[in-house]
Design a protein around this ligand. Structure first.
Ligand code: 5CA
Length: 452
């Protein structure tokens, strides 16, 4: 993509309405535009990152055998009357009346609707286990929408739902989701710690929230510092093996880690003092096991091996897809702008031509752009007739992890500059060398992708 033809409305001034750095940087980098309180348009650069995050979520769900569906955003109130949540959900639910005076709502979550799909089509335990998921817009009429996409009213969520014959099978699904989430967040360059939480309006007995540590986080958390040393990495795991999934859950949840809702000061005090941490965190996901809470009232049953009908055991599992952009920026930025982790960057490489209109730099940039693309990398080429300083400032603000700078003097000696956004380090090398180096660098990032 060429900057001269792109739509990249960057702001020079700090927007007054933004209280935290991720919101400020998303507005300044031209990623989003507010339309109403907590409701945003996604501009091209923001949309590219959102799509990358969705892709990673899809891949990690499908790697575990979970199946994508897409449900409508508008739901009938009748479904929610069946589960008993229509009256309980309160003011956060946006209620709508259609022309026939029927009660509708903009879905804040989809337990009822997915249970309705299940009961219409599944009859036998032989069709289990089954996990369906979607990535779809939700609406919650939050009392205090704030911090940009972090606490929106309209927001994008991945919501997944497992259906199992027994509680044991459903706990395997719970553990399996925990493993998929560890991989998902790590691919986005994040460390998200599973913490014991409260189940709120979704209900249920077992629940963990995934928290990214950040001073601007809305949740207060208490944890054992040893947890920050754990990583899942590129381990191979058999998602169908309950023992393997349980072992990962135990490894990542056996140390103390809780949100303030479930915090137990006495238990916390038993951790050696040097390892006790009290901090703030951003909740980027939550998994629930709630048994037959929805299947029983809504009649989602299967015929078991003994011929008897039984309600299925369920759980639901959410990832805050749009919130993740804010969380990633909170965790990865400096005073000049965003620093995208390689896994989610909107473009893999930024290309800066220091002398636009010069035939040698122009044709060198064209060739570099083509060769990077041929190796699977996306390139944002700043081909504007602008000062070098302005081009660098834009690149630093929008945070592409790697920049190639091409100028006439260097080119005369067959040299370009390769700059790391994270370290700020610049190395001179031949164009071919830089291309090979970037291809090698992105190889493990590309290797993590999965086609189901
Ligand atoms: N049905 C379950 C799981 S599918 C559910 O709704 N879970 S949730 O309420 O925990 O939401 C899932 C995730 O969505 C949260 O962990 C959070 O990351 C994100 N989220 C929730 N509310 C908002 C909001 N107002 N703005 C942005 N993201 C949100």
């Amino acid at each position: 993509m060429r900057v001269s033809r792109y739509f990249l409305p960057v702001l020079r001034e700090n927007p007054a309405e933004a209280q935290i750095v991720s919101h400020r940087l998303m507005l300044r980098a031209g990623m989003i535009k507010q339309q109403s309180a907590g409701i945003y348009s996604w501009l091209p650069l923001g949309l590219r990152v959102l799509r990358r995050i969705e892709e990673i979520v899809h891949e990690e769900q499908q790697r575990a055998g979970h199946i994508p569906v897409l449900m409508p955003t508008i739901q009938s109130a009748d479904l929610w009357r069946e589960s008993g949540r229509y009256d309980d959900y309160g003011e956060e639910m946006l209620r709508i009346t259609d022309r026939h005076k029927r009660d509708m709502l903009f879905g804040p979550t989809n337990e009822e609707m997915i249970t309705d799909i299940f009961r219409a089509h599944v009859n036998s335990y032989k069709d289990l286990p089954l996990t369906l998921y979607q990535i779809q817009w939700k609406f919650r009429d939050e009392i205090r929408p704030r911090f940009g996409v972090m606490r929106g009213r309209e927001f994008l969520m991945k919501d997944g739902y497992n259906f199992d014959l027994t509680k044991d099978d459903a706990l395997h699904a719970y553990n399996r989701h925990l493993v998929t989430y560890l991989r998902t967040y790590e691919r986005m360059g994040l460390q998200a710690i599973p913490m014991r939480a409260d189940s709120g309006p979704i209900g249920g007995e077992d629940t963990h929230e995934f928290l990214v540590l950040a001073d601007t986080g809305e949740s207060e958390v208490f944890y054992d510092s040893e947890l920050t040393q754990l990583t899942f990495g590129d381990r191979e795991i058999d998602y169908d093996d309950p023992a393997a999934c349980r072992a990962v859950l135990e490894e990542f949840t056996s140390r103390y880690a809780r949100t303030d809702e479930t915090h137990d000061p006495d238990e916390f005090a038993r951790i050696p003092e040097a390892r006790r941490r009290q901090a703030r965190g951003i909740e980027v996901g939550q998994i629930f096991y709630f048994g037959t809470k929805y299947s029983e009232p809504m009649g989602a049953t299967v015929v078991g091996p003994d011929g008897q009908r039984v309600p299925v055991h369920m759980g639901s599992h959410g990832i805050g897809v749009s919130r993740l952009l804010g969380a990633i920026i909170e965790a990865s930025h400096d005073e000049r702008g965003i620093i995208w982790p390689e896994g989610v960057t909107p473009f893999h490489v930024g290309l800066v031509n220091l002398k636009q209109g010069d035939s040698s730099t122009d044709s060198a940039c064209d060739a570099i752009e083509r060769e990077l693309q041929a190796r699977g990398m996306t390139v944002l080429y700043d081909d504007r007739d602008e000062r070098a300083g302005a081009k660098f400032a834009t690149m630093d603000l929008i945070g592409l992890p790697w920049r190639i700078t091409v100028g006439p003097r260097g080119l005369a000696a067959n040299k370009i500059e390769l700059t790391s956004r994270r370290s700020g380090q610049t190395v001179e090398m031949a164009p071919q060398e830089a291309i090979a180096h970037l291809a090698e660098l992105y190889e493990p990032v590309f290797a993590r992708s999965f086609r189901g």
